[in-house]
Design a protein around this ligand. Sequence first.
Ligand SMILES: Nc1ncnc2c1ncn2[C@@H]1O[C@H](COP(=O)(O)OP(=O)(O)OP(=O)(O)O)[C@@H](O)[C@H]1O
Ligand SMILES: [Mg+2]
Length: 289
Amino acid sequence: MERLYTQQLDVGYAESLIVKNLNLAVPTGKITALVGSNGSGKSTILKTMARLMKPKAGTVLLDGKTIHEQPTKEVAKQLAILPQNPTAPEGLTVFELISYGRFPHQKRFSLTREDREVIQWAIRVTGMEAFSDRPVDQLSGGQRQRAWIAMALAQQTDILFLDEPTTFLDMAHQLEVLQLLHKLNREEGRTIVMVVHDLNHASRYAHHIVAIKSGTVVSEGSPQQVMTKEVLREVFGIEADILYDPRTGVPLCLPFALAASREHGHAAPPETGEPAEIADGTVPLTSAT
Ligand SMILES: Nc1ncnc2c1ncn2[C@@H]1O[C@H](COP(=O)(O)OP(=O)(O)OP(=O)(O)O)[C@@H](O)[C@H]1O
Ligand SMILES: [Mg+2]
């Protein structure tokens, strides 16, 4: 039995209904990737499952209890969330931001020795040592992203939600974050749910992929089950070749055209054979003479 799942969840903003009748179970002790186009409802789902948004109907259950009926602090001991566009109060330092992550564990207002040790660990594993006294609003996009990840880690929860944790990061820092999440999952059995746009990252790092379109689940399962031409066409409106990672055997995708449903008068290039002109009329570099 999974610890966290939704039952017939409807979520929306004002009059609009974004998520419809969602029944989603988060595999305990696994890494789940939520994928889907811009505006498909991924952040809305994540926020509702983390109790930041109230559903219009249905329930989110954590350990058998309705999450929206439990106190913030109780939920925050079990579940941490890194929202997509978090903002910090002006002038707040990285250390102060990360120390907010200790809030659910605090009995007094001051930090205990244990709190400080956890904060230092979070600073170390996110590579933020050089920035801990800097104001968050004076960091680069990637540094700021890592500061927020550190705050979520400092909360030391069994369940970790991250909305696009690798956005703004260069390739090395993307890998660093993904490997850290992988390690927390493997060595400490943490349950991780992350929204990612890079499908190849989803395939490499997630055990379970959930593909969302218009607020509903189109496909879910292992990378082998979800990373198919048909699902990519349906969910993203793209045509892609599926290759297999020589290191791990997981399916990877190489998009080559928009699906017919999204084309605007351009013919798709051939699926195989010699590289042809790409749809916008430019010639791929590899075939340049
Ligand atoms: N505060 C809001 N008020 C009204 N509509 C909203 C609000 N936030 C999001 N929406 C709408 O809800 C829909 C789903 O948004 P959501 O942020 O969940 O998408 P997403 O899948 O996370 O997209 P992205 O990949 O761009 O982050 C979109 O159509 C969006 O315009
Ligand atoms: Mg989003």
